[in-house]
Write a protein that binds this ligand. Structure first.
Ligand code: PGA
Ligand code: ZN
Length: 428
């Protein structure tokens, strides 16, 4: 099937993300009049090797976080280059963006500029041919809805709670459909709120919509999740499991880790691995992401060897959605799954390549939002298009988090009997 959908114009302007920081809204218009927009998310606990987000550095505007230069690049160089090219040819458009930037980490034009254009182009093409974005992006029609991993307790760089670990997620592994998974998650989240309230903890939320209480220990977070699961009428492990993103680069490097915020103290690589081992025995944990720091490859390798049969070992800061680094990760057996963030690498095509590479190696994938988000729901369609199997978009709270989950509920409804949903952690 060939399409010719020439791009007639590309524009961008500054909007604000969920933390009140500036970001780009990009608009692509095709010759036939089809118009599509995208907006760009932004991380707080970013990996050192991520594609570079271009910020103005003018401290009189948004403390230096303005994106006027990135916008100028979209309106100028990028628009000039892509005008007249076929929006239906995503790979070609993305290749041109990469070449125009000319740096290995997209630092010149900005990965925020590039990913905004790349996503809006995909959306415009899908709209022009009258297909849902997930069907347009999927080379074979994807019908698999991802398992939602909902971050209900926030710590690390996402909240001023007492938790060293950044994310404690609930995973509704026993739910029969995506919509039911959201119900399991939302009811457990509500029970957790009641529990925290009764115990005298504050129930204000962090960047990703999870609660951010002052607990006595990291362990207490897992205890509370299990208690909330039961209180909501679900079975821990059978209906609701736990996934963690310690985001260990934020409390350690080179095999030395400092968990003093929660009062745990200092641990070396082996000590942290042993801690995870005890937790896996004690609680229904199915996945640990960035359990070690991004420069501690041996931590990941040791964990995959020791615990990779019991749990999913996910690389986020370690792999930064970069096909080149993922190839290395696969060769070294450093993980058995990858976190996938479009803006970590900067184009839709490279992100799809990263997913393909993981699946070909037998790795699992989890599509991810960023802690700074907008109401853009691109990742919902993307997760279905690539049959990712899992998605994380925060708690069932805050509009920018729900935008993605609600879009997936809509996709599931539209797919009807063709929709598939299953527990990716099922052991056969
Ligand atoms: P970030 O965090 O968006 O702040 O980088 C998300 C994550 O670490 O998974
Ligand atoms: Zn992470």
């Amino acid at each position: 099937m060939s399409h010719s959908l020439p791009i007639s114009s590309i524009d961008a302007h500054e909007i604000l993300d969920s933390r009140g920081n500036p970001t780009l809204s990009v608009c692509v218009v095709l010759d036939d009049g089809t118009t599509a927009t995208s907006s760009v998310p932004s991380g707080a606990s970013t990996g050192a090797h991520e594609a570079v987000e271009l910020r103005d550095g003018d401290h009189d505007r948004y403390g230096g976080k303005g994106v006027q230069y990135a916008i100028q690049h979209v309106r100028g160089e990028i628009a000039r280059l892509l005008t007249g090219y076929d929006a239906a040819n995503q790979a070609e458009i993305d290749g041109m963006l990469i070449e125009l930037d000319g740096t290995p980490n997209k630092a010149r034009l900005g990965a925020n500029a590039l990913i905004g254009v790349s996503m809006a182009t995909a959306r415009a093409a899908a709209a022009a041919v009258g297909e849902p974005l997930h069907a347009w992006l999927g080379s074979h029609p994807g019908h698999l809805l991802p398992m939602p991993c909902m971050n209900v307790l926030n710590g690390g760089k996402h909240a001023d709670s007492s938790l060293d670990f950044q994310e404690f997620m609930i995973v509704p592994v026993g739910a029969p459909s995506f919509a039911e998974a959201m119900r399991y998650g939302a009811q457990t989240y509500a029970a957790l709120r009641d529990l925290l309230h009764e115990q005298g903890h504050r129930t204000a939320v962090g960047d990703e919509g999870g609660f951010a209480p002052q607990l006595d220990s990291n362990e207490q977070a897992c205890e509370l999740i299990v208690a909330a699961t039961e209180r909501a009428g679900f079975r821990p492990g059978k209906d609701i499991a736990i996934a963690l993103d310690p985001a260990a680069s934020s409390f350690g490097s080179n095999g030395d880790y400092d968990l003093s915020r929660s009062g745990t103290g200092k641990l070396d690589r082996a000590g942290l691995l042993a801690l995870y081992g005890r937790w896996i025995e004690r609680w229904p944990i199915v996945s640990i992401e960035d359990g070690f720091a991004e420069d501690d490859w041996n931590g990941f390798i040791d964990q995959t060897e020791a615990q990779g049969k019991q749990i999913q070992v996910v690389g986020d800061d370690l792999l930064v959605t970069n096909p080149r680094i993922i190839r290395d990760g696969i060769a070294r057996a450093a993980c058995n799954a990858a976190l996938i963030k479009l803006n970590q690498i900067g184009t839709v095509s490279e992100t799809m390549e990263a997913v393909r590479m993981c699946h070909a190696a037998g790795w699992k994938t989890m599509i991810s939002h960023r802690s700074g988000e907008t109401i853009d729901d691109f990742i919902a369609d993307f997760a279905v298009a690539v049959s990712a199997g899992q998605i994380k978009s925060g708690a069932p709270c805050r509009g920018e988090r729900l935008a993605k989950y609600n879009r997936l509920i809509e996709i599931e409804r539209q797919l009807g009997a063709r929709a598939e949903f299953h527990n990716p952690f099922q052991r056969d």
